[in-house]
Design a protein around this ligand. Structure first.
Ligand code: NAD
Ligand code: UFG
Length: 349
């Protein structure tokens, strides 16, 4: 029997890539998304890429805070597991609008868990983030590191992790995997799906991609006095397709193993500086990226990268791609879709 998976936020960046890998892996998928930060076109493209598996995908436009609508969905369809991506993720916006973040991320999740419980669907994979390590005192970050939050967005991840632990402790039928992503970048190698942020991108790669296609004049490099090889910040960039495959590995674990609530880092275990990333992207795109050196960005950590041992050992998963492939696929997506899924007229930048 094919397993039926509900993917919340499946029209988004990581969700669309994971949905594709699920379909290709023989799963049935229902995407639920309010399309607040995504386009239905992403789902159409996933269908095209999934070819003969496309009939196993459907999308429902629902906001997770609309509990009645979520209940309706569960009463129509039996789900074997849920992968929960849906949430708001802009750090700066979360500082300006904390209540929006608590409302959307926390209430959406609590509704989802309540409805899952009611319908006896008690297998969950949740998108957490390396942000829960705060400013790590040492690297690589292992799953046992102390947790903290530097902003309201990070606090929603921390709270949801704790909520999941409480729910599982209250009812041993629950099996939950919390995945802490490091820095997802790149795109599907076809160049048909990728990241399409609204407005001015906060993150390095989407910003650099917009410089390369001529939408922005230069990249600002935040901080040149960090204690790193070239003075710029170090992160663990992971190809989004590797990340998507990590979710399949987590699902397989949920279906096979006897577990309670487990947490895994999804990263490559390698640290790369901002300037190394710029050089790799220039090589992949053949474009010069003008840079302006600036002060550190408030709140940024110096060096963050993952220990990947636990995921390798227990999920039997490891990242395959390096930064050259990440930049190649990012550029392939950018050059084919300089305005993402929208036309230049629809872009609010
Ligand atoms: P994204 O914004 O592209 O995707 C999130 C999707 O969820 C969007 O399609 C959005 O429309 C939808 N959504 C948001 N609130 C919703 C709601 N209340 N009801 C229904 N749908 C809703 O983001 P992404 O980069 O694909 O991230 C997916 C998840 O991974 C998020 O939870 C994010 O916090 C987490 N994460 C992302 C990163 C990253 O750097 N991209 C890093 C760590 C963790
Ligand atoms: N950077 C620049 N210029 C930019 C953007 C970023 O120099 O225009 C630098 C940052 O200072 C940092 C590095 O590039 O040193 C990476 O920055 P990102 O904003 O791409 O990523 P962060 O590691 O700061 O944060 C991201 C997400 C968080 C998430 C975290 C861990 O934004 O939500 O990864 O997963 F929590």
């Amino acid at each position: 029997m094919m397993k039926n998976i509900l993917v919340t936020g499946g029209a988004g960046y990581i969700g669309s890539h994971t949905t594709l890998q699920l379909l290709l892996g023989g799963f049935k998928v229902v995407v639920v998304d309010n399309l607040d930060n995504s386009s239905e076109l992403a789902i159409q493209r996933v269908k095209e890429l999934a070819a003969e598996f496309s009939s196993n995908l459907s999308i429902v436009k629902v906001d997770l805070r609309d509990k009645l609508a979520v209940e309706k969905l569960f009463s129509w369809t039996k789900f074997d597991a849920v992968i929960h991506f849906a949430g708001l993720k802009a750090v700066g916006e979360s500082v300006q609008k904390p209540l929006l973040y608590y409302n959307n991320n926390i209430i959406g999740t609590v509704n989802l868990l309540e409805v899952m419980s009611l319908h006896g669907c008690k297998r969950l994979v949740f998108s957490s983030s390396a942000t829960v390590y705060g400013w790590p005192k040492e690297v690589p970050c292992t799953e046992e590191f102390p947790l903290s939050a530097a902003n309201p967005y990070g606090r929603t991840k921390l709270f949801i992790e704790e909520i999941c632990r409480d729910v599982q402790r209250s009812d041993a039928e629950w099996k939950i995997i919390l995945l802490r992503y490091f820095n997802p970048v790149g795109a599907h190698p076809s160049g048909h799906i990728g990241e399409d942020p609204r407005g001015i991108p906060n993150n390095l790669m989407p910003f650099m991609q917009q410089v390369a296609v001529g939408r922005r004049p230069h990249l600002t490099v935040y901080g040149t006095d960090y204690n790193t090889k070239d003075g710029t910040g170090v992160r663990d960039y992971i190809h989004v397709v590797d990340l998507a495959d990590g979710h399949i590995a987590a699902l397989n674990k949920l279906f096979k193993a006897n577990l309670a609530c487990e947490v895994y880092n999804l990263g490559t275990g390698k640290g790369t500086t901002v300037l190394e990333m710029v050089a790799a992207f220039e090589k992949a795109s053949g474009k010069k990226i003008p840079i302006v050196m600036a002060e550190r960005r408030p709140g940024d950590a110096e060096i963050v990268y993952a220990s990947t041992e636990k995921a390798e050992r227990e999920l039997n998963w490891r990242a395959k791609y390096g930064i050259d492939e990440m930049c190649r696929d990012q550029w392939n997506w950018a050059s084919k879709n300089p305005y993402g899924y929208g036309s230049p007229d629809n872009k609010d930048d």
